[in-house]
Design a binder for this molecule. Structure first.
Ligand code: DGL
Length: 270
């Protein structure tokens, strides 16, 4: 049993897709969330910058009593996690392995699409993992650089012309490729999953990488007897830019208000 909090972080709002799942499957846990909203997006930046930002994010979370951290960001998980995870004395899990495993168990035709930020796609992390698990799998990875700014600015409705245009632009190659399973390789993308699903068609399964990672973390904590005994935990949110936008869009996404416990911090101090 361990009553310390779970730390979760992302470049912005996307990691809430993992928080939502964690709250559902482990309602007793306290969660400390950090969204680096003043420096989002990460996915169009260099490896060096992503590494520096990721270390600062983890240093900030380390200032709490954290029992484990979930990197609820495809970009950090694929570009930086391997280089920094041993610097901390708590387990840190990313989103790549569990999403790849879920896609491998879903696919019937062996064709798996991956959509993510330019940095995630460039890393090849999802394809490498998928191939290790299913050697005959064929993958197509497509970068979708405008999805994160659209979500961060509240363009999430499937009928929004900007959303529709971006979805058509980025997903047309995935349709032509014939994937039966598509990994939402960036944790922001489930927020526009309806638009993505409507364009791809109902037969195509979408893998929510934040949700899969949350489930993996839950299993890990159970195995290590690190779950807490509380009935109802609480979530505290920290952002590096204004709290207002995060409260508004995050609340819509979480299907409940997240105001009240959202704080602004200076991430450059960490
Ligand atoms: N949610 C992040 C991810 O999963 C977005 C990265 C970004 O800020 O570009 O990749």
């Amino acid at each position: 049993m361990n009553d310390n909090a779970i730390g979760v972080f992302d470049s912005g709002l996307g990691g809430l897709t993992a928080v939502k799942e964690l709250c559902e499957i482990m309602p007793g846990e306290n969660i400390v969330y950090f969204g680096d909203t003043s420096r989002v997006p990460y996915g169009t930046r260099s490896r060096e910058t992503i590494l520096r930002y990721s270390k600062q994010d983890l240093n900030f979370l380390s200032s709490f009593n954290i029992k484990a951290a979930l990197v609820a960001c495809g970009t950090i998980s694929s570009v930086a996690l391997d280089s920094i995870k041993d610097d901390y004395d708590f387990p840190i899990i990313g989103v790549i392995d569990s999403a790849a495993a879920a896609a491998v168990s879903c696919t019937e035709n062996g064709k798996i699409g991956v959509i993510g930020t330019p940095a995630t796609v460039k890393s090849g992390a999802y394809e490498t993992r998928i191939k290790q698990m299913l050697k005959d799998a064929v993958t197509l990875a497509c970068p979708c650089p405008l999805f994160v700014p659209l979500v961060e600015n509240g363009h999430i409705d499937p009928s929004d012309p900007l959303v529709r245009h971006a979805v058509e632009l980025y997903l047309e190659p995935i349709v032509r490729f014939g994937a039966d399973t598509v990994i939402l390789g960036c944790t922001h993308y489930p927020i526009i999953a309806r638009a993505i699903s409507e364009y791809l068609g109902q037969g195509i399964r979408l893998v929510n990488s934040g949700r899969e990672a949350a489930r993996t973390l839950c299993s890990l904590l159970s195995e290590k007897d690190m779950r807490c005994g509380r009935k109802q935990g609480k979530c505290s949110y920290y952002v590096s830019d204004s709290t207002e936008n995060f409260e508004n869009i995050g609340g819509v996404f979480m299907c409940r208000p997240i105001c009240g416990d959202v704080h602004n911090i200076d991430i450059e101090k960490y």
